[in-house]
Design a protein around this ligand. Sequence first.
Ligand code: NAI
Ligand code: MG
Length: 333
Amino acid sequence: MKKITLIPGDGIGYEISDSLVKIFEAAKVPVEFETENAGLDVYEKTGELIPESLYESIERNKIAIKGPITTPIGKGFRSINVYLRKKYDLYTNFRPSRNLPGIETRYNNIDLAIFRENTEGIYIGEEKYENEEKTSAVAVKRITRKGSKRIIKSAFEYAKNNGISKVTVVHKANILKFTDGMFLDIAREISKEYENIELEELIIDNMCMQLVTNPERFKVIVTMNLYGDILSDLVAGLVGGLGVAPGANIGDNIAIFEAVHGSAPDIAGQNKANPLALLLSSIEMLKYLKLDDFAKNIEKAILKTLTDGCKTADLGGNITTTEFTDKIIKNLK
Ligand code: NAI
Ligand code: MG
């Protein structure tokens, strides 16, 4: 049976992971979870933030699903999320967003996926002061042909595989002629390889305006690291917030699916956490594993549960994590 590394994380990570495991068992998904944790709880027990056994598990299974991990502030720890992305060259940050029944928002037909370049751009950490007085500083934005090509290809492949006829590339090439200019040029080159997919080009500021006024017209967006970071959260907000936002970090060999939200220490251990973000991530994971029938079954059960008005407190409902999980299980085929 296919093995998947499960990283519960901490805070509400345990509760939402329990929900995931129970639902997968009830849906008889042919996978086996190998639980390996990372983060502060592990550090307190072992003195390591990421134990060697976790790396081994990810490298063996090539696929993982992860709950939120608290990043301790001011202790010199780097974010584990950022570290795993770098280590495994997970260059695609995939963030799908769509309207869900029973979750009221301004729009009803949002269904779009953002492809954010995850390894370069302004996130490479090359920043410095330019003088001793520290009155001036610069940051380097690095864009490469290789890095751009592979993320743009990911977006076009996704569009092709999902019957979507347009990819929107977001840039600021009018100002950043070398970096964003190259990214845009490569998008134009790659779009020629896809006869039935149109390339739409939008400048980042205009894109922001379009997204809050007319988000339903976008289906696939591809962009550089910083723009993607910001747009992903903007779009998550349009469909109900981070509590319902799934995501994944995908490379050529390894993929890590994750809930986008944090460890929610304010509600941890109170049976209040909303498992939806992790569950929706797990549906994307099942599609990635080509277990589409299982993905559909779980997705339908979730949509039915929401249509029936069942939701956790963060969405204005009044049921607990375990009640929500049990309702989903009842709605499985
Ligand atoms: P947060 O996302 O944990 O919480 C923000 C607010 O949203 C809180 O009121 C929380 O109760 C609520 N919330 C978040 N997820 C929810 C869920 N599934 N169900 C119900 N309510 C939910 O963000 P915050 O407070 O900024 O960060 C807390 C910790 O999480 C920090 O240590 C941070 O570093 C870490 N973090 C980890 C991430 C990851 O591992 N991917 C991502 C973001 C933050
Ligand atoms: Mg972000």
